[in-house]
Design a binder for this molecule. Structure first.
Ligand code: TNX
Length: 534
């Protein structure tokens, strides 16, 4: 069955299930007794650092429940409103968001400040008693993470867009949680097939549920240029115009307004956008648009095939650096996050000498406009400054340039292609995706340790993990979802949860219990035979 066909069935089933509650009494759960929670305190992805269940202390949401936030804290109120938006549709309860105040009403208290220092910048403490739920954090990012945990502790029906009849019980006890790694990323390739603002936002919504905090956007490649640059306007009108993208599927690009909307939407979910302009290879879209970017002054034809490694900017030409500086300057201006990714992978049409010369000129430009550079691991060949982050995408377990860079002090984001590449097929029958790095079943994606993957790249050198999704074969949001779910939650758990908690049996059980949520959210996931799906 085609992915799209299967998805239609999923949607129909969800719609049928949703039609039922409309005929139910107005406040069904109000009359229901406080039941046994359908969830346990440990049923969370990514697994929290510490959980202390207390079954005597179930809390049940009711029409009287209020959400209370730290007085005079706009960030806390914002998290409160976002939580109310999640909880209102399915419960039908008013859940007003009010400042903290002593009252006898049952409440969900969201508090910023005064939390345990161990929680750091993203951790939270969640306590569930019969009277209510309290989430404490040092920052709004931590508070937001805590609300995503609370969401998973509620019955799956909480994800339904319309009122449901159930008891909204939260299992009692407490959770103390904070991430193992500061960087937990995903990547979306907009160049091979463009994905709209709406699709990117939908992906951000899904990512935020699993405490992913970076989305790397691969904005340019041989097939298409997907971000507006005012000083080189044809990059998008031609390079991102009709017929661009694999198999000529274009047009599409983000205007600066679109890009700002995406970064703002991400920020509300405590996700930082990292834009990537790939160079000096993967540049055919720019070079076929502007003839002057080629050494011979002749524009090559546009390309819509999936070959790699054939394009290179002209390393000895000053115009190349003017072009790059314009792009970096304009992109830095609209990027609130600290990082700018300059690619650097598969530059097979550039000599090693030229590659080094190019990177040594370009890397300082990133700093000049106030950003910190990211590059695919090849960039470590040029011995860059120690603030440059390497993104490892190899399939092996040794890389001399990378180990040497780590010894000098560079940090690494781990994206081994045979573990984290969401565009690899699950098995030989997967209708979408590629297989050059092998098939990646859920267990393959989960069963590895980011701090023990590459010789010489240990826990302290690892900034975190990232799951890239290249889009040669992917067009729609359904396609994206089908490749990302359920492997994305596996990578999210590797990034957040302690190494000591790593346990496939536990993970696959918790993963299987996520499926009812995905069905209600309309997420088109791959029903891996390795997972006991509910
Ligand atoms: C390799 S991974 C690439 C991309 C392709 C991807 C497909 C990397 C840094 N480069 O250009 O899209 O394989 O899986």
């Amino acid at each position: 069955m085609s992915v799209r066909h299967r998805h239609t069935i999923t949607r129909l089933l969800a719609a049928t299930a949703l039609a039922l509650p409309l005929t139910l009494p107005a406040t069904p759960a109000a009359a229901a007794p406080a039941g046994t929670p359908t969830r346990q305190l440990t049923d969370v992805i990514p697994a929290p650092a510490e959980t202390r269940p207390d079954p005597r202390n179930t809390f049940t949401l009711s029409p009287l429940t209020v959400i209370r936030t730290t007085p005079h804290s706009t960030p806390a109120r914002q998290v409160g409103r976002q939580l109310a938006d999640i909880l209102r549709p399915a419960t039908g309860y008013p859940l007003p968001v009010l400042p903290v105040q002593a009252t006898p009403l049952p409440e969900i208290a969201l508090l910023i400040g005064g939390a345990d220092a161990r929680l750091g910048q993203e951790g939270y403490q969640l306590d569930v008693t019969r009277r209510g739920v309290t989430i404490r954090a040092n920052t709004s990012a931590g508070l937001f993470a805590g609300t995503q945990t609370l969401r998973q502790l509620l019955p799956a029906q909480i994800e339904a867009p319309q009122r449901q009849r159930t008891t909204w019980a939260v299992p009692g006890g407490s959770i103390t949680d904070h991430p193992r790694f500061a960087y937990r990323g995903a990547m979306l390739d907009l160049a091979r097939h463009f994905h709209t603002v709406g699709e990117i936002k939908a992906y951000l919504d899904l990512l935020s549920q699993y405490k992913i905090n970076y989305l790397h956007l691969h904005l340019t490649d041989d097939q298409g240029w997907r971000i507006q640059i005012d000083s080189w306007p044809r990059l998008t009108t031609v390079g991102g115009g009709p017929g661009t993208g694999v198999d000529g599927a274009g047009p599409g690009y983000l205007t600066k307004a679109d890009y700002k909307a995406v970064t703002a939407y991400a920020a509300e979910r405590h996700i930082t956008i990292i834009p990537e302009i790939d160079m000096p290879g993967h540049t055919n879209a720019a070079q076929s648009t502007y003839a002057e970017l080629n050494c011979d002054g002749v524009a090559p034809p546009p390309r819509t095939d999936t070959a790699v490694g054939y394009s290179s900017l002209c390393i000895d030409d000053e115009l190349t650096y003017q072009f790059i500086e314009d792009v970096i300057r304009e992109l830095a201006e609209i990027t609130p996050g600290p990082y700018l990714h300059i690619g650097g992978d598969e530059a097979h049409a550039t000599t090693d000498e030229d590659y080094t010369a190019f990177m040594r000129r370009v890397l300082p430009l990133v700093g000049k406009y106030g950003k910190r550079a990211f590059g695919w691991n090849e960039i470590m060949q040029v011995d860059p400054a120690t603030d440059v982050v390497a993104q490892f995408w190899g399939t092996g377990t040794t890389n001399t340039d990378l180990a040497e860079a780590v010894a000098r002090g560079n940090k690494v984001v781990m994206s081994p292609a045979n573990k984290t590449y969401l565009d690899m097929k699950y098995d030989r029958n997967t209708p979408l995706g590629l297989s050059w790095a092998g098939y990646i079943e859920v267990r393959d994606a989960y069963d590895w340790n980011p701090a023990q993957r590459v010789t010489g790249v240990g826990e302290d050198a690892v900034l975190g993990v990232e799951a890239p999704l290249w889009s040669e074969t992917l067009r729609t949001l359904d396609d994206i979802e089908y490749m990302a779910f359920p492997r994305l939650p596996a990578i999210a758990e590797l990034g957040w949860s302690t190494a000591a908690s790593h346990d496939w049996e536990s993970f696959r059980t918790r993963l299987g219990a996520q499926a009812p949520r995905w069905r209600l959210q309309g997420v088109d996931y791959y029903p891996s035979p390795q997972v006991p799906w509910l």
